[in-house]
Design a binder for this molecule. Sequence first.
Ligand code: AMP
Ligand code: MG
Length: 388
Amino acid sequence: MSDLPGIDEALALVLAHARRLPLEDVAITAAAGRVLAEAAHAVIDLPPFASSAMDGYAVRAADTPGPLAVVGHSAAGRPEQRAVGPGEAFVISTGAVVPDGADAVVPVERTTGEVVVEEVAAGENVRPQGGDTRAGDIVVEAGSVLGPPQVSALAAAGVAVVRCARRPRVAVLATGSELRAPGEPLALGEIYESNSVLIAAQLEQSGAQATVFPPVADDPAATLAALERALELDVLITSGGVSVGPHDLVRATLAELGATEVFWRVAVKPGKPIAFAVRGDTLVFGLPGNPVSALVGLELFVRPALRALQGAREPGPHYLPGRLAQAVPRNAQRDELVRARRDGDQLAPLSGQDSHMIVRAAAANALVLVPRGDGDLAQGSQVSYLQI
Ligand code: AMP
Ligand code: MG
């Protein structure tokens, strides 16, 4: 058992095989969730002009305190053409151009009638041109995942199109003669198929495009036919059929189809029987059938691989620090991912840690890494966890 690769070793093997996919242009309106392949530079200074941070009056700071002779109005998107002269002021709105001649904005609250009651300093309430970024400066670095703030920053800086690796095309194939779709009646021995939706949902979060194949029975010919088609995409994720039972056909069938196994089984709980293989540039993950094992395999290995295929600088998994709210027994041979509920930095393990208990796992928002060892990991121990 101890000769099995650990989580880090297995992940390194996966990432070593994940080559970035070809690049394409992506409109900024469709770029959320994608990974930026090349640094994106500001097209303009931002703000593009000195603008007001307040609703008030644009003035010459040297004229304050004192009376206001309001001679113009600069509204957002509607600048005045003339300049502010000595003793003059413009009504100005937030985001409007600070007119030539003016060097400060007096908020309405600091005026009474038409008199500025307090001195304002030059530059006060003025957002300088280029104060956020300069034209040509990097807005988002290569390899960044484009979340809401990043796409907004790029749009603000005038970037309409970005370069990204194309989305990984991923085949999803559940195996098992016992599997039925929810909504259908179940005969004795059958269960509802829940891994395809798990995998597809996770792929959606990872910027990948899922093609979900109909589940295949534990039959050699059917498995061969399904795997053959599924292997044509960038990534194939199977579930079930990678253990040692007589009906576990996935690994042998993959080998028959020319896939080379890189590893089978990892010193992790749950999810030990996970297989990873490659055929050409296609990555193949054989996830175990138990839903919680599949979930753990997806978080530990598949998500980082998908991010690496998209050229992410930090493909993850991204562990966060926390503390155990109660003692947890350690597994002697395998690092364990314990389903837990996080409250602040406190991580409370849930009851029902068996790998088939997906309903129990659905109450978790954290996978706590409990390194292998003897005895308990004490309450209050510093641990790492993954948000799920
Ligand atoms: P296996 O990895 O094929 O030995 O399956 C392990 C356990 O996971 C068995 O109890 C299977 O019935 C169950 N299982 C396999 N595939 C799925 C699936 N797609 N959805 C839900 N449970 C599954
Ligand atoms: Mg099975």
